[in-house]
Design a protein around this ligand. Structure first.
Ligand SMILES: C[S@@+](CC[C@H](N)C(=O)[O-])C[C@H]1O[C@@H](n2cnc3c(N)ncnc32)[C@H](O)[C@@H]1O
Length: 395
């Protein structure tokens, strides 16, 4: 190594050693004929129980592993010399960037400007998914530096919110024996029906793997462009052995074994197709976020007394039809042996489609009163929900 480069690296190591003013460090790229220990490393000082430590997040192009080092315990000079071509050091007074050229020449740029040092561990802890996860960059939620784009904040929040709903439900379903314990030999099979651009499909895959759950994900979408795009991303990320995409109709999705079904924002009765598909394959857990509703809108022709109070207002009638559709979906799931809840998916300020039906297969037979109520409601309104046509042919 040239003396000039030696000096540049040791200057960078010294700057990183000044933890009182260090904001963050990003190591990326690789020098000619060298293989650094990771694709990208992010370092920042954080306070854990009043102790200042260096939090090191190493990403190998597939996932991120985070480790905390006591000050002085991390061999920074060795890490910097291991083959990274870009070293960015941000301090409270500005930034220092060292770029190492193909000919091993150091190019140094300094910029002054105040930056805030944030030592809280919470920010990272509150997030289930690291914004630097390469899949977020590939699907366009994060930028090349691993920062969530301002225009994609809602999408990121939705992804996080979904993982927050999925994780505890899955954990309790496994503990209660409703879902078999996943293993390498028999991974948890999750099918995402109507996956579209697969933000949530990738997020679930990455998150479950990061917490040590063996998973096989399948994303189904009628559009072949979605399959092509999603497959390209999964190949690029090197995760295509455990995440697959198919261009198929939900109702004909050709998968035999499934544990968990996601059906998020599949249009109109595609949601009913997704629920029916899951029930017919004996899926143990369902996460269904309905999208637009047209099925019952058109069936609510005669309004029984005293419901004119609502139905004479077009807007209220429309909303009522949406509620009726989802209430009946949840109830039909109950009739076929699922414990069902309707919960808020993500606050209404982020998306109007904010309802989630969460169902766990218990196999419990429904009460007669549940059947009776269902019959009474559909007779009163003279309706037949699309889901009933698919699942309750005799009712
Ligand atoms: C609004 S997007 C939702 C995408 C994703 N689930 C999400 O929440 O971000 C609905 C997707 O469902 C797909 N879709 C709608 N009806 C379908 C059907 N019957 N079979 C397969 N895919 C369908 C569409 O092509 C579209 O990509």
């Amino acid at each position: 190594m040239s003396t000039e480069l030696d000096e540049a690296i040791s200057e960078a190591a010294q700057l990183i050693g000044k933890t009182e003013s260090l904001v963050r460090v990003v190591l990326s790229g690789s020098r000619r004929a060298m293989s650094p220990v990771a694709t990208r490393i992010d370092i920042r000082p954080v306070l854990i129980k009043s102790n200042l430590v260096l939090q090191v997040a190493s990403n190998d192009g597939r996932q991120t592993q985070t480790k905390n080092y006591d000050i002085g315990a991390l061999n920074v000079a060795e890490l910097l010399a291991s083959g990274f071509s870009n070293i960015l050091i941000e301090q409270t007074s500005g930034s220092h960037s060292l770029k190492i050229t193909k000919k091993d020449r150091p190019l140094i740029h300094r910029h002054s400007g105040e930056k805030e040092q944030i030592l809280t561990h919470d920010r990272a802890k509150n997030r289930l998914l690291d914004p630097r996860d390469p899949f977020l960059r590939e699907v366009g939620i994060s930028d090349k530096d691993g920062v969530v784009k301002p225009s994609r904040q809602d999408k990121y929040r939705q992804v996080e919110e979904f993982l927050r709903l999925l994780a505890p439900t899955l954990k309790s379903a496994i503990e209660a024996g409703h879902v078999p314990i996943p293993s390498k030999k028999s991974p948890l099979v999750i099918v995402d029906l109507g996956c579209g651009n697969a933000y949530l499909t990738f997020a679930v895959h990455q998150y479950l793997r990061s917490i040590g759950i063996d998973v096989e994900m399948v994303g189904i979408d009628i559009r072949s462009e979605s399959r092509r795009r999603n497959e390209e991303i999964s190949s690029k990320l090197g995760i295509n052995s455990s995440i697959h995409f198919r261009a198929e109709e939900i109702s004909n999705a050709s998968i035999d074994r499934v544990d968990v079904v996601m059906g998020l924002h599949a249009c109109d009765t595609a949601t009913d197709d997704a629920i029916a598909w899951a029930v017919e394959r004996d899926a143990k857990l369902l996460f269904i976020a309905p999208c637009c509703h047209h099925d019952l809108q058109t069936q609510l022709v005669e309004t029984p007394d005293p419901w004119q109070i609502i139905a004479r207002h077009g807007l209220l009638k429309e909303r009522f039809a949406d509620l009726l559709t989802d209430a009946l979906r949840a109830h039909i799931l109950k009739l076929v042996g699922y414990r069902t809840e309707v919960i808020e998916f993500v606050g209404g300020e982020h998306t109007p489609r904010n309802l989630l039906i969460r169902a766990v297969k218990t196999g419990a037979a429904p009460d007669e009163s549940d059947r009776f109520r269902y019959q009474e409601l559909i007779s009163l309104w003279k309706i037949k929900p699309a889901l009933a046509t698919r699942l309750l042919d005799d009712e």
